[in-house]
Write a protein that binds this ligand. Structure first.
Ligand code: PAN
Ligand code: ZN
Length: 191
C-alpha cells in the first residue's frame, strides 16, 4: 500500500551525463555493422571499424510495451561522426500505430531531427539544448548528429506506439542529410 508513503521515484535522470539510473532501465546500442545499410556511401563504410558506436538509447518502460495508456521515456545519444559526408544517424521509424505521437527534446550537442510524412515529403528541425519537438503519429523520425560532441535527446512516447522499422529499412527516407561546404543540407534522393 502506498497510502501516505513519501518516497523517491524508482528512476532518476543524472543531469551530468544524462544517464538514467534505477530500475528497470533497458539499454540498446547500435554499432556501424548494425546500421551500415542506412548510409549512402558503402565504400566509406568498408574502410571504417565495424564496431564503431553510432548511437545508444536508454529507456525506462514503466509498463510493458504495447500497454494502452502507458508512456515510455528514453534518452538517445548519437555519437559525432560521418560515413562519407553523411552524418551519424539513427535507423529511424514510423510508429506502428499511426495515431501515437511523440515528444523529443534536445539536451546536449547539435543535430537534426529528420521527419518524413506518408507521402514521402522530408524536412528537418534543428536540435540543440532546449529545442522541443512534437512528432505526429504519421511522421517517420530519425536523429542525426551534425556537431562535434555527443548529441543527447530525450523522448517520451506512448507505450503502445510500436516501432515500424521495415518501411524505412526498405525504402529509406526520401532525402538524406549530407554535409555540403561544412553545412548540413537535405538532399532529395528520389527525384
Ligand atoms: C526513440 C528512438 C531512438 C533510436 O526512442 O527509438 O532515438 O532510434 P531508432 O529507434 O530509430 O533506432 C523513439 O523515437 N522512440 O519511439
Ligand atoms: Zn519514435
Amino acid at each position: 500500500m502506498n497510502h501516505l508513503k513519501i518516497q523517491k521515484s524508482p528512476v532518476e535522470l543524472d543531469l551530468k551525463d544524462f544517464s538514467l539510473k534505477g530500475e528497470p532501465i533497458t539499454y540498446q546500442h547500435r554499432v556501424l555493422k548494425d546500421v551500415s545499410s542506412i548510409f549512402l556511401d558503402q565504400d566509406a563504410i568498408k574502410k571504417m571499424p565495424t564496431e564503431t558506436l553510432v548511437y545508444h538509447v536508454q529507456s525506462w518502460l514503466p509498463v510493458d510495451e504495447g500497454t494502452r495508456g502507458g508512456l515510455s521515456f528514453g534518452t538517445s545519444t548519437i555519437l559525432p561522426g560521418k560515413v562519407g559526408n553523411e552524418y551519424f544517424m539513427t535507423k529511424g521509424h514510423f510508429h506502428s500505430l499511426s495515431d501515437r505521437a511523440e515528444f523529443y527534446w534536445g539536451v546536449q550537442g547539435d543535430g537534426m531531427l529528420i521527419l518524413m510524412d506518408r507521402d514521402r515529403n522530408t524536412w528537418a528541425e534543428e536540435v540543440y539544448p532546449g529545442s522541443l519537438h512534437y512528432i505526429g503519429g504519421e511522421i517517420a523520425h530519425r536523429l542525426a548528429n551534425t556537431g562535434s560532441e555527443d548529441l543527447v535527446v530525450g523522448a517520451c512516447w506512448p507505450s503502445d506506439a510500436g516501432h515500424d522499422y521495415q518501411e524505412i529499412a526498405t525504402n529509406g527516407f526520401s532525402a538524406r542529410l549530407l554535409e555540403v561546404d561544412n553545412n548540413p543540407v537535405l538532399i532529395d534522393y528520389e527525384k
